[in-house]
Design a protein around this ligand. Structure first.
Ligand code: FES
Ligand code: FES
Length: 150
């Protein structure tokens, strides 16, 4: 069946199977910044934005995206660079594998709640697991990004 999705502001038509997940459809169509690790909603590396909200694409049937806006990290290049700058400054960037999903989630947080408290930041990022060194430096980088009005 065909679904119509706006990906990074570009209208797309994808031919999908009823059982296919959005992650597989995106990767098949060359959006390879969207990654897979756990396949069961527990790591967050497959995160995309669906109508500006973070969603694990490994568990979202592609047909559910029909008629919606999907954003991958390619669609937020300028903001992703800013986020990367703060992560680098705080020494929070480690593996690189999680970077696209982390950038999308942090960007969505800024859209939704630019004045997020420390607790709200932690709660918003709860779905993005880090296998590397922990969350303190990431948290500090996110606070600086939220405070960046440029
Ligand atoms: S691959 Fe989707 S949550 Fe881990
Ligand atoms: S920095 Fe990528 S999983 Fe920790």
């Amino acid at each position: 069946m065909k679904i119509k999705v706006k990906v990074n502001q570009v209208d797309k038509v994808f031919d999908v199977q009823a059982h296919e997940y959005l992650l597989d459809v995106l990767r098949k169509n060359d959006y390879v910044s969207v990654r897979r690790a756990c396949d069961n909603t527990s790591c967050g590396v497959c995160t995309i934005l669906l109508d500006d909200k973070p969603v694990p694409s490994c568990s979202l049937l592609a047909i559910k995206a029909d008629g919606h806006h999907v954003t991958t990290v390619e669609g937020i290049q300028a903001e992703a660079e800013k986020i990367g700058h703060y992560f680098g400054q705080e020494g929070a960037d480690q593996c690189g594998y999680c970077n696209p999903s982390m950038a999308l989630t942090v960007y969505a947080l800024k859209l939704e709640n630019p004045k997020a408290t420390d607790q709200e930041i932690k709660e918003y990022l709860v779905g993005n697991l880090c296998r590397c060194t922990g969350y303190v430096a990431q948290h500090e980088a996110i606070r600086k990004y939220l405070g960046d009005q440029s």
